[in-house]
Every structure is written in structure tokens, then in C-alpha cells.
Design a protein around this ligand. Structure first.
Ligand code: NAD
Ligand code: ZN
Length: 413
């Protein structure tokens, strides 16, 4: 079965008069808009596994990752490792222990179980796993990450840090001279972050939350089996897809992203938005397939594209809220950026309401007025993201006062 989804142009879905319309009218308007705006449609979007497996590659950006689509991802991954005579080390989200489909992985000897529900990966976790891998009698030549963005990022960081002597925190940043480590393979079990493609491993360090940004951090192989996401709770399915939407929305609205990145992000925006509008509740294979597609577009569009203000603001929140998940941090940020991102704001409100989710608040994660100065300083430092949002004259817009005012609004809710 196949559907045709509309591709979303930022100017076309920016509705000047939407605030004056009732909710029903907005829905009707969207339906009409989707129908008439035919020329930029993303064609033949698959709605089941058959369609997903046979679909042409849907991303334009050249990605360094070999993307293998499969209806039996765990077996495919293990067979491939065996065929290539590899000596893998597995980093697996411990939540998967309870799911029979992952049973054959958990019998592996070289394995680190990571509890992604307790925390995002820390630089200390990377150092721990690196020393485990190094202590093996026979060198591991591939690190395999199995889980959501958090677990994949941990595996990615371990892979590169294996060849670099310093502790992981010394490599948080951009443009650092690093050697290639072990190969990195991934098997995502939650779709949305795009971490299965990106050359970024986001880590919480003692001083800051910041990624290792390096081409050697990109996975060389990603096995994509949308069915593996069937055990994800609605809360995680929803917020990770929100993050996917925010990546696409911000890249579409970016001033510094490449043409291919923006085209990929447009398709990803249309896919993620459509799923969030249709309801992210129980597992549905059609939504799982499209979420996997949107997630890959999130990864591909990140290669030539860059997110913007909502992510810049989210990093300040994350640094002050150790328990605040990334996706929730960006949601809180988008809700404070109504004037800058009116469509993003309105969509976020609709998605939360339509899916029966509570509006997240910074206060629920222990963030308050005491944190405003520190958060402002962190966000001010995200120069590339402000430039992406405002263009070359970003310094005139992203001033200290402007950013402080955003945080004051956030903590006053
Ligand atoms: P996650 O990996 O933190 O997982 C969220 C929850 O879902 C966890 O409790 C996890 O155990 C659970 N889960 C995962 N797969 C499951 C399954 N199949 N069944 C049941 N439960 C499952 O969530 P995420 O949103 O995918 O990743 C967030 C992390 O990714 C953050 O650390 C963020 O900084 C990072 N990130 C990285 C990139 C990148 O390009 N590298 C991009 C965006 C976000
Ligand atoms: Zn994000």
C-alpha cells in the first residue's frame, strides 16, 4: 500500500490568519492545502514493510553510511557480522532485555548494557566502555550500537575514542584532530534522532552537554528494521518524533543549510508532521515505516544542514537539567519561540494536544530562575545555531538580552 504525502514548504504552511480560525477550520484548511499543493509532493510513501523494502532511496544527501533495510534486523546484523568475520563489541539498551526479538543479541559475550532510561550517555560511560573493549584479549574491530539515540551515540563515541588516548570529555566539540577508531554499526530500536547516520555523538560531560563532532563518529553500517520499535512506550515514541520534526523544521528554516539538506528536511518535515497529526499512540507498522524514513532524512539533512534557535535554547536547559531528555528540552524551547517560529509553535501545541500529552515544563525538571544566567551563557555560545537561524547578522538578533528573556519566560511557566 502506498500513500502520497505532501512536502511542506515553510512559506506555504505559514498561516498569517491561522490564529483567527477555529480548530476545525484549521484542520479543513490543512486538508485543502494538502490536496491542492500537488507539485512538491513526496510520492509513493510506503505504508507497510513490503513498500519500505522496495522503495527507492528517498534521501538526496550523500551519506557515508550503508543503509540496509530489513524485516528481520537482528538476524541480518548477526549474519553480516559473521559473513565478514568480524569481532564485534555490542552496546545495547538494557530495556531490550525483556523483548524476545532481541534474545539472540543478549547471548553475546562482548556486551555492555546501557540503561538509557536512567540518563543520556555521559563522557564517563564512554571511558568505562572504552577500557572494557581495550581489555579484551582479541581486538574488537566493530562497535555495534543497538537502541535509541542515546545508546547509538554511546557506541559511536566508544568507536572513535578507542583510537584516541584522551578521556572522552576532551573530544567534545568541533573540528578536533582525531584518528579513526573501530568501525561503528547501528541497529536503531527507536526512530527519530537520525543518530543512525549523523557524524555526531552527543554526550553529557562534567562541564557541558556537547557532541563529539567528527566524520569518524558516523556509523558505517545502519540496519533499519522499523518493526524493532514495537516495544517503545508512547511517551518516547512521541517525544523522539517531536525531535525529528524539530530537526526538519529548523533545517527548512535555516539560512546556512545546503540545498540538498533543505530538500531532505522538507520531506522529513512532511513525514514527521503527518505522523504526529495522525496520532502517535499504539504501535502501527505504517507509522513505524514512515518514522524510520523521517529519521533517516533527519540524519541525512544534518550532514549539510544545521538546526537553529530551538536547539540552541535546548542546550542551555539540558545543561541545567541533568534528567531532562533532549527531545523534551527542544519541545519546551519551541513553546517559548512563538514569535520566531510561529508554525513550529502552533504545530507543537497541536501535536501535544492531539496526542493527549501534557505540556512539559522546565520546573518539572528542577530548572528555575536560579539557572537563567547559566543557561543564557550556554545558549549564547551556540554560535553556529544562531547563525543558522538568523544568517550572517545573527549577533544583532541573538543578543544576551534576547536569550535571557526567552529563559525568563520558560522558567515563569
Ligand atoms: P533514548 O535513546 O534516550 O531512548 C528513550 C527511551 O526509550 C529509553 O528509556 C529507552 O530505553 C527506550 N527505548 C529505546 N528503544 C526501545 C524499544 N525498542 N522498546 C522499548 N523502549 C525503548 O531516546 P532517543 O530520543 O532516541 O535519543 C535521545 C538521545 O539522542 C539524546 O541523548 C540526544 O542528545 C541524542 N541525539 C543525538 C543525535 C545525533 O545526531 N547523534 C540527534 C538527536 C538526539
Ligand atoms: Zn534534537
Amino acid at each position: 500500500m502506498e500513500y502520497t504525502f505532501p512536502r511542506v514548504s515553510p512559506s506555504a504552511f505559514s498561516l498569517q490568519n491561522r490564529q483567527d480560525m477555529g480548530k476545525e477550520k484549521t484542520v479543513l484548511w490543512r486538508a485543502i492545502f494538502f490536496e491542492v499543493w500537488g507539485e512538491t509532493e513526496m510520492k509513493n510513501v510506503p505504508a507497510d514493510m513490503e513498500g519500505f523494502l522496495s522503495h527507492q532511496p528517498w534521501w538526496r544527501t550523500r551519506v557515508p553510511t550503508e543503509i540496509i533495510r530489513s524485516r528481520e534486523g537482528v538476524g541480518e546484523l548477526l549474519r553480516r557480522l559473521e559473513r565478514e568475520n568480524r569481532n564485534p563489541f555490542f552496546v545495547v539498551d538494557s530495556v531490550l532485555l525483556n523483548q524476545p526479538v532481541f534474545a539472540s543479541l543478549l547471548g553475546q559475550k562482548a556486551l555492555y548494557l546501557f540503561d538509557a532510561s536512567a540518563s543520556e550517555p555521559k563522557t564517563g560511560d564512554v571511558d568505562t566502555v572504552v577500557s572494557m573493549v581495550k581489555s579484551a584479549s582479541k581486538a574488537h574491530d566493530v562497535v555495534v550500537g543497538i537502541g535509541g539515540g542515546a545508546t547509538m551515540d554511546l557506541a559511536k563515541a566508544v568507536g572513535i575514542c578507542l583510537a584516541n588516548p584522551g578521556p572522552a570529555q576532551t573530544y567534545q566539540g568541533y573540528g578536533l584532530d582525531m584518528k579513526k577508531g573501530a568501525d561503528i554499526w547501528v541497529l536503531p530500536t527507536l526512530s527519530g534522532t537520525g543518530a543512525e547516520i549523523t557524524p555526531i555523538a552527543v554526550l553529557r560531560g562534567p562541564e557541558k552537554k556537547l557532541g563529539i563532532n567528527n566524520p569518524y563518529t558516523a556509523p558505517s553500517v545502519a540496519v533499519i528494521d522499523p518493526g524493532l520499535t514495537s516495544g517503545v512506550r508512547k511517551y518516547n515514541r512521541f517525544f523522539t518524533l517531536m525531535d525529528c520534526y524539530f530537526h526538519h523544521y529548523e533545517i527548512v528554516n535555516s539560512r546556512t543549510s545546503s540545498e540538498d539538506a533543505v530538500s531532505d528536511a522538507r520531506d522529513g518535515l512532511s513525514l514527521s508532521r503527518n505522523i504526529l497529526m495522525s496520532g502517535v499512540g499504539e504501535f502501527r507498522m505504517d507509522n513505524a515505516v514512515r518514522s524510520a524514513m523521517a529519521s533517516i532524512l533527519g540524519g541525512s539533512s544534518t550532514i549539510g544542514g544545521r538546526v537553529g534557535a530551538a536547539h540552541a535554547v535546548s542546550y542551555g536547559l539540558s545543561n541545567s537539567g541533568p534528567a531532562l531528555p533532549h527531545s523534551v528540552a527542544v519541545t519546551i524551547s519551541m513553546l517559548a519561540l512563538r514569535e520566531l517560529y510561529p508554525e513550529g509553535y502552533e504545530d507543537t501545541v497541536s501535536f501535544l494536544r492531539g496526542n493527549g500529552m501534557e505540556v512539559p515544563k522546565a520546573g518539572d525538571f528542577g530548572i528555575g530562575a536560579k539557572d537563567v544566567e547559566k543557561m543564557t551563557k550556554t545558549a549564547l555560545g551556540m554560535e553556529k545555531l544562531w547563525q543558522s537561524c538568523f544568517g550572517d547578522r545573527w549577533k544583532e538578533r541573538a543578543t544576551e538580552e534576547y536569550i535571557r528573556e526567552i529563559y525568563e519566560r520558560i522558567v515563569s511557566l
